[in-house]
Design a protein around this ligand. Structure first.
Ligand code: UDP
Ligand code: MG
Length: 310
């Protein structure tokens, strides 16, 4: 069975439309399915709408949060609730085309464990918004070392991958990056980002910026190492300046005592920065350990059947 997880935040008008459209497509393709709407603490009638759809349609289930916890939390709650042998995650504003689900499902049947929806274009977005999204993805790609610019949360995951994700102990997650971190046999499926059917995107540029900072900091300790690099740079610079100051002093061009002040300042500055960097390094090690991620993940194993007579 395929579980489709749909995080919903203030999407009253879209719930029944999404349930109908996705249901039609999956029934048409002969795929057994369940739809799980996760109401992320909506303040409009989204929950009532979900409850209404569950009454009329037996393959729909709803999970409701006590307040808004964010899409990441909603995705994980959906994965936790899902019973399917594979789970698809998609936006309930239908920007992720449900027509792709049968294709993704077929790939899963062929043995692929992660089917990634990859955007062909980013849909129609405003100038500043699209610029900040691009910058965010560039920074993120560097941090996670994969191309994030076209990646999306539209994914189909095998049960094995879902259980692995749920087994990770970290609380602050970044779904896309985590899916790429866990690995497994993955394949990409391209899709065109559709127009939002109703309402507007919940992402203000400022919240996108906050999201970027929080994701990069929860995923990478690289920013902490910048201090070390700065320290080394300052040290090199201070060497050059130090030599020049000493030459001035030797040739008698320097004010009395000034040479010592410059040298001491330079030395202390660079030593301080390098020490901060070293402390940062240890903190980053603690940060990684605290996450408690497994050392490795096994995807499959094989062995000669011992009971097999030779
Ligand atoms: N969403 C959510 N919680 C939030 C914000 C958004 O569950 O706090 C859901 C929303 O209902 C939608 C999906 O996440 O199904 C994508 O949101 P949106 O369309 O606003 O983002 P965009 O498509 O612009 O990236
Ligand atoms: Mg959207």
């Amino acid at each position: 069975m395929l579980s489709v997880i749909l995080p919903a935040y203030n999407e009253t008008g879209l719930i029944s439309r999404a349930a109908e459209r996705i249901g039609d497509i999956l029934r048409g393709a002969g795929i057994q399915y369940e739809l799980i709407f996760v109401d992320d603490g909506s303040t409009d009638g989204t929950w009532e709408e979900i409850a209404k759809v569950t009454e009329s349609n037996g393959s729909v289930r709803g999970v409701g949060f006590s307040r808004n916890f964010g899409k990441e939390a909603a995705i994980f709650a959906g994965l936790e609730a899902a019973d399917g042998d594979c789970c698809a995650v998609m936006d309930c504003d239908l920007q992720h085309p449900p027509e792709k689900l049968p294709e993704m499902y077929a790939l899963w049947q062929q043995g692929w464990e992660v089917v990634n929806g990859v955007k062909i274009d980013r849909g129609r977005e405003g100038g500043l918004h699209s610029f900040s999204a691009k910058t965010f993805y560039k920074m993120m790609s560097k941090a996670v070392k994969i191309d994030m610019s076209r990646s999306s949360d539209f994914k189909l995951l095998d049960r094995k991958v879902v259980d692995t994700l749920l087994g990770l102990s970290e609380r602050k997650t970044f779904f896309r990056a985590l899916v790429s971190w866990v690995g497994f046999r993955s394949i990409d499926v391209e899709f065109n980002v559709a127009e939002r059917e109703l309402g507007k995107s919940h992402w203000a540029t400022l919240s996108l910026f906050r999201y970027a900072i929080s994701n990069i900091s929860s995923y990478s300790s690289a920013p902490m190492q910048i201090v070390t690099a700065l320290g080394v740079l300052t040290f090199l610079f201070s060497l050059v300046l130090g030599v020049q100051t000493l030459i001035n002093w030797a040739s008698g061009n320097a004010l009395d005592g000034f040479t010592t002040v410059i040298l001491v300042l330079l030395l202390i500055g660079s030593i301080l920065m390098i020490s901060l960097g070293i402390i940062g390094y240890y903190i980053s090690q603690i940060f990684m350990e605290v996450k408690g991620r497994p050392r490795y993940l096994v995807s499959r194993a094989c062995q000669k059947d011992r009971s097999d007579p030779q």
